[in-house]
Design a protein around this ligand. Structure first.
Ligand SMILES: [Zn+2]
Length: 234
């Protein structure tokens, strides 16, 4: 079983965790797009089979709402779980994998040497609402201190491509500007994560809009969605 076309994120390999984002070549995983649902779900099923072949007995995804909530996956289920109205997943047990759908928003990968992990979908709303800081707080409460965590901010719209209103800029940075301006969403998330005590933070070089030939970008007009996937291999 092979994984779909993807950009590998090697940051967590030493901890037995595999991270990647799919690319345009893998096709869209968005269930709200124009492609027939049967083709989209076939892609999902192939991915779940690939994750299972890597030794995971459970895989989580969700319908996302640009909010601050994420699901903590405790024991007691296996297979493919699709939850409603959350923008991320966190877990302490190996054998767990999860995906978020993205196309400009940031896939936030969080890992711990134990195999505990989280993956979040963080656009400006989720960033302003503090979804990453709340995930870091969950890790802390679960016994995984922020300095022991590693964060990778995956392919997303870059600071040159992402123009926002003054209101959004203020919500993201706390600063005021007179008119529309560009903002670096991943830098804003990194600042917040550092503020929550995480020191080991990497930012992908990939911009979804600059590299629109390889990645789906909402701002570039794509209806397609790629996935960010984090796998804690059993
Ligand atoms: Zn760009």
């Amino acid at each position: 079983m092979t994984l779909p076309a993807h950009l590998s994120i090697p940051d967590f390999v030493e901890w037995g965790m595999q991270a990647f984002t799919t690319t345009r070549a893998a096709g869209t995983y968005g269930t709200q797009g124009v492609e027939p649902a049967v083709e989209v779900f076939a892609r999902w099923n192939t991915l779940v089979a690939g994750v299972t072949a890597l030794g995971c007995d459970r895989f989580a995804s969700a319908s996302q709402v640009h909010g601050q909530k994420f699901t903590v996956h405790a024991r007691g289920w296996s297979g493919w779980l699709r939850t409603d109205a959350v923008d991320g997943h966190a877990w302490a047990r190996r054998g767990t994998a999860a995906a978020v759908t993205i196309a400009d928003c940031v896939p936030v990968f969080i890992g711990h040497p134990s195999g505990a992990g989280a993956i979040l979908h963080s656009g400006w709303r989720g960033t302003a609402a503090g979804i990453t800081e709340q995930a870091i707080l969950w890790f802390l409460r679960a016994g995984f201190a922020p300095p022991s965590l590693r964060i990778h901010l995956g392919p997303a719209i870059c600071g040159s491509c992402y123009e926002v209103s003054p209101d959004v800029f203020t919500q993201l940075t706390g600063a005021s500007v007179p008119g529309n301006t560009t903002v670096d969403l991943r830098a804003a998330i990194a600042d917040r994560a550092r503020g929550a005590g995480v020191r080991d933070i990497a930012i992908s070089e990939w911009c979804t809009r600059c590299s629109n030939d390889r990645l789906f970008s909402h701002r570039a007009g794509d209806a397609g969605r790629q996935l960010g996937v984090l796998i804690s291999i059993a």
